[in-house]
Design a protein around this ligand. Structure first.
Ligand SMILES: [Zn+2]
Length: 191
C-alpha cells in the first residue's frame, strides 16, 4: 500500500541559473552509467523536494542515476526543468546540495513506515460505547466502524473536526491502516 506526504513549506523556486548541469558522477565519485545524466541538460543544483512517498518496497528506478532501485521517492522540482524527477535519497541530496536534509526526510518516512506497521495492533485500541474499535493517538481520536459488510473510519481532531474515510474497506485492518494514512496526511498537509 502506498502512502504519501506533502511537505508543508513550498517557497518560490530560485530562478534557473544557466551554466550548472548535473555531473555524470555520483556523490561518492563513481561514474554514473546513465547517458542522460550530464548530457540531458539537467541543472546541477537548486532542485527542491516538493513531495516524498513510500512505495512499500523497492519498486522503481531512481530517475536521476537510473541505477538505484528505490522505495522512498523524493520528488524533485526545478524552475528550469520541465518535469519532476523521482529520485532516491543520495541523488536528492546531491540535487538540492544538502544530503542531510534529504536523509532527514527519508528517516521521517522510515519512522512512519514502522509506526504504521505497529498501528493496528497497538494496545491503546479500545472499544467505543457503540462497540466500535477506537483509539486516541497523535492528538486524534480514531473510530473504525462497519457499514453493511464494509469497514470505514473517522478521525476526529482536538477541535472536534471530523475527517471520514473516503472509501470503504474489506477488512477492519485495512480501515485502520487507512486511518493511519489519514493522520499522516493531516499532520503533513500544506498549511
Ligand atoms: Zn539515484
Amino acid at each position: 500500500m502506498r502512502f504519501t506526504y506533502t511537505l508543508p513549506s513550498r517557497k518560490a523556486l530560485p530562478a534557473y541559473k544557466a551554466g550548472g548541469f548535473i555531473s555524470a558522477r555520483h556523490t561518492d565519485g563513481s561514474r554514473c552509467p546513465s547517458r542522460k545524466v550530464g548530457r540531458g541538460r539537467r541543472p546541477s543544483s537548486n532542485w527542491e523536494c516538493v513531495f516524498v512517498d513510500d512505495l512499500g518496497a523497492p519498486a522503481q528506478l531512481c530517475q536521476m542515476c537510473e541505477t538505484q532501485e528505490i522505495r522512498y521517492v523524493h520528488h524533485m522540482q526545478h524552475a528550469g526543468f520541465p518535469t519532476i524527477l523521482e529520485v532516491g535519497c543520495i541523488c536528492a541530496g546531491h540535487m538540492e546540495g544538502d544530503y542531510l536534509r534529504a536523509k532527514t526526510r527519508e528517516d521521517r518516512l522510515k519512522k512512519a513506515a514502522s509506526r504504521r506497521k505497529r498501528w493496528p495492533f497497538l494496545k491503546a485500541w479500545t472499544t467505543s460505547q457503540n462497540g466500535n474499535p477506537m483509539i486516541r493517538k497523535y492528538g486524534y481520536r480514531v473510530t473504525i466502524f462497519k457499514g453493511g459488510s464494509l469497514w470505514s473510519g473517522v478521525i476526529v481532531d482536538e477541535n472536534n473536526k471530523k475527517l471520514f474515510a473516503k472509501k470503504s474497506y474489506q477488512t477492519e485492518l485495512a480501515a485502520k491502516l487507512a486511518a493511519f494514512n489519514g493522520i499522516m496526511w493531516l499532520q503533513n498537509k500544506p498549511r
